[in-house]
Ligand binder design. Structure first.
Ligand SMILES: Nc1ncnc2c1ncn2[C@@H]1O[C@H](COP(=O)(O)OP(=O)(O)OP(=O)(O)O)[C@@H](O)[C@H]1O
Ligand SMILES: [Mg+2]
Length: 254
């Protein structure tokens, strides 16, 4: 499955924000800088007149192909950081340069396009779509890649088999346990073989066999060249992670 990661990038349909071509910068000029560069990023939430500074003055660089852990206590901004890196949320201030392109204030449609094509998410809340079946949920990222139906089916079946969920393909997310939903979310995150995988406690709800499967999957994606940002408290990831970033109270402290 991971061999396709490279093959995918030979094809067309990749716009200027694509992270997918190694060295692919604006106008075909090779871009050798970091894949992700955050400069002075802040994120402030306003709820009932209460301001929360989820992130303040965050500088971070992630090279293409790195496997980075994001650590820190509850409420320190880990999920917010992943959401900004994954173009789910815009920063309140600061600059985000993705593969040499400033994406800090991208229009929502361009943001969504880049996100759908390049980024796979495995988040704490699984975000499966309730009125789609398991198989349809996993197929979703592939619809943006313009693959033929037969290949989509094959890849969905392969991804579900990898997380041991083949028998549940036709069920609805509400009929699954939390751990099963998590495995479907993992299948969906890896099926399109994205360049960047953002994982927030991906093994938090899994038994040890299932956790090993997920670790293996992400390790395989990483070996194929994907860049991975991972939030976890699970010590089993230790040998896989190359570098750790420590957040405290919205600031990188180490
Ligand atoms: N949508 C939101 N609206 C308001 N406040 C938010 C929102 N999202 C996050 N926050 C606040 O921002 C801060 C950082 O939250 P975040 O979810 O990034 O923390 P975290 O490090 O992921 O924590 P945990 O380990 O518990 O998941 C928290 O104080 C949280 O309450
Ligand atoms: Mg979180």
């Amino acid at each position: 499955m991971f061999k396709r990661l490279r093959r995918k990038f030979g094809g067309g349909g990749v716009d200027e924000f694509s992270t997918a071509r190694p060295g692919g910068g604006p106008g075909g000029i090779p871009f050798d800088g970091p894949l992700i560069r955050l400069e002075g990023i802040a994120k402030t939430f306003m709820l009932d007149d209460v301001q929360t500074h989820a992130l303040r003055d965050v500088d971070l660089e992630v090279e293409r192909g790195e496997f980075v852990a994001v650590n820190g206590p509850s409420g320190s901004g880990k999920t917010t950081l992943l959401s900004i890196c994954g173009l789910l949320e815009a920063p309140s201030s600061g600059t985000y340069v993705l593969n040499g392109h400033d994406v800090s204030s991208l229009k929502p449609s361009a943001r969504a396009a880049a996100r759908n094509r390049e980024i796979g998410f495995i988040f704490q809340s699984f975000n499966l779509i309730g009125d789609l079946t398991v198989a349809e949920n996993v197929e979703l990222p592939l619809t943006y890649l313009g693959l033929p139906v037969a290949e989509r089916r094959e890849r969905v079946a392969e991804a579900l088999a990898r997380v041991d969920m083949s028998e549940r393909a036709k069920q609805m997310p509400s009929q699954l346990s939390g751990g099963q939903q998590q495995r479907v979310a993992v299948a969906r995150a890896v099926v399109g073989e994205p360049e960047i995988v953002l994982a927030d406690e991906p093994t938090g709800n899994l038994n040890s066999h299932q956790a090993e499967t997920v670790i293996e999957l992400l390790r395989g994606l990483h070996e194929s060249g994907a860049t991975i940002l991972l939030v976890t408290h699970d010590p089993r990831w230790q040998s896989t992670v190359q570098r750790a970033v420590e957040l405290f109270d919205g600031t990188i402290v180490g």
